[in-house]
Design a protein around this ligand. Structure first.
Ligand SMILES: Nc1ncnc2c1ncn2[C@@H]1O[C@H](COP(=O)(O)OP(=O)(O)OP(=O)(O)O)[C@@H](O)[C@H]1O
Length: 345
């Protein structure tokens, strides 16, 4: 049975510096939240505090209304899967998965029967008799997931569990996670530094910046409606037009651009995702300028343009791409315009 997970004002200091400085976050029962942030911001530390492998300097961890903060790891009802599967090399795949059941006091036969069910859940029933050394990286991680699920955790903690896998295998793991949600609906807190992974598997993506959750929202909303310039930049947003909001429009060197939603009057930076910006002829568009650079981004192209408001970029699909020196117009679609406060400091 899944329960919610609530982090309430978690603080963790190392050598006097607060790595976590008041982390508030809720994962609803059966929900998947991805914790996303730059390297070294304390994502793994959050998981360690939830798992009971480390102790917060302040704040509480609750699950299903139970305060876990002072409890030993084995009494918390959490299971942690990390980047490395850490399987027991001398045990078969089946016995690896049966291990937490045996520790919980199940008889060997019953533990194995239950473990077989969990292996089936991760699609590895045929490999039950194999040793971990004979498995691929993706298979090993599936076994690690089955072992974690065998412990029937109320909360499953995943610390970059797919980051060492090849992209194709990683996508398979994302699908597996979705299937597992359908079958056992665990409450999941997943740490990742991969934006695409966070968007692919989580209902809510929480961005950890400077020791706090800067924003928690569905991935699409985070990208198009960031709470701050810091969130926008962390998510790869490059278009920033300084100016001010005046009676429902953003006023800048580009002129007056109507805003789709109410925004308070005053200084503000217009942000529009580069993927949403369209190129048009130099006589049209919300901004006009000269192309300075064109760079490939996978199957797409990033086109950088100097405009009266500074550099702006568009990402175009396959097709005719302008060249440096071309005069172009940029369309900033009205429903994609969003204003964030000016950066401070
Ligand atoms: N036990 C510890 N003692 C001292 N410093 C620590 C300890 N654990 C973590 N830190 C420091 O806290 C910071 C956050 O570490 P953490 O591993 O939680 O970050 P992260 O966001 O998971 O990073 P990454 O994405 O690189 O894995 C780092 O600067 C790390 O060096």
């Amino acid at each position: 049975m899944s329960t919610d997970l609530v982090l309430d004002g978690l603080v963790r200091r190392f050598g006097g510096a607060a790595v976590l400085d008041g982390v508030d976050l809720t994962v609803p029962a059966g929900g998947v939240v991805a914790l996303l942030g730059p390297s070294g911001t304390g994502k793994s530390t959050v998981l360690r505090l939830v798992a009971g492998l480390d102790t917060p300097d302040a704040g509480r961890v609750r699950a299903g209304g139970r305060d876990l903060t002072g409890l030993a790891p084995e009494r918390r009802g959490t299971a942690l899967v990390g980047q490395r599967p850490r399987l027991f090399p001398h045990l078969s795949v089946l016995d690896n998965v049966a291990f937490p059941l045996a520790v919980a006091g199940r008889r060997r036969r019953a533990a194995r029967a239950e473990a077989a069910g969990h292996l089936d859940l991760v699609g590895l029933a045929d490999l039950a008799g194999r040793r971990p050394a004979t498995l691929s990286g993706g298979q090993e991680q599936r076994v690690a997931l089955a072992r974690a699920l065998a412990a029937a955790p109320a909360v499953l903690l995943l610390d970059e569990p797919f980051s060492a896998l090849d992209p194709g295998v990683r996508e398979g793991m994302h699908r597996l996670l979705a299937d597992l949600r359908g079958a056992v609906s665990p409450t999941v807190l997943l740490v990742t530094h991969d934006r695409q992974e966070a968007a692919a598997v989580a209902d809510t993506v929480a961005v950890l910046l400077d020791g706090r959750i800067a924003q928690a929202a569905p991935a699409g909303e985070l990208h198009t409606r960031p709470a701050s310039l810091a969130v926008s930049r962390f998510l790869g947003g490059v278009n920033e037009v300084p100016g001010a909001v005046e009676r429902g429009a953003h006023v800048s060197a580009l002129g007056r651009l109507a805003l789709p939603c109410a925004s308070p009057d005053g200084p503000g930076v217009l942000v529009v995702r580069q993927e949403a910006v369209a190129l048009t002829g130099p006589a049209d568009g919300d901004a006009t300028g000269t192309v300075t650079r064109v760079t490939p981004r996978g199957a797409r192209w990033r086109v950088e343009v100097t405009t009266p408001a500074g550099p702006l970029s568009a990402e175009t699909g396959p097709g005719r791409t302008p060249a440096p020196g071309d005069a172009v117009g940029l369309v900033l679609p009205p429903d994609q315009r969003w204003v964030v406060p000016q950066a401070t400091g």
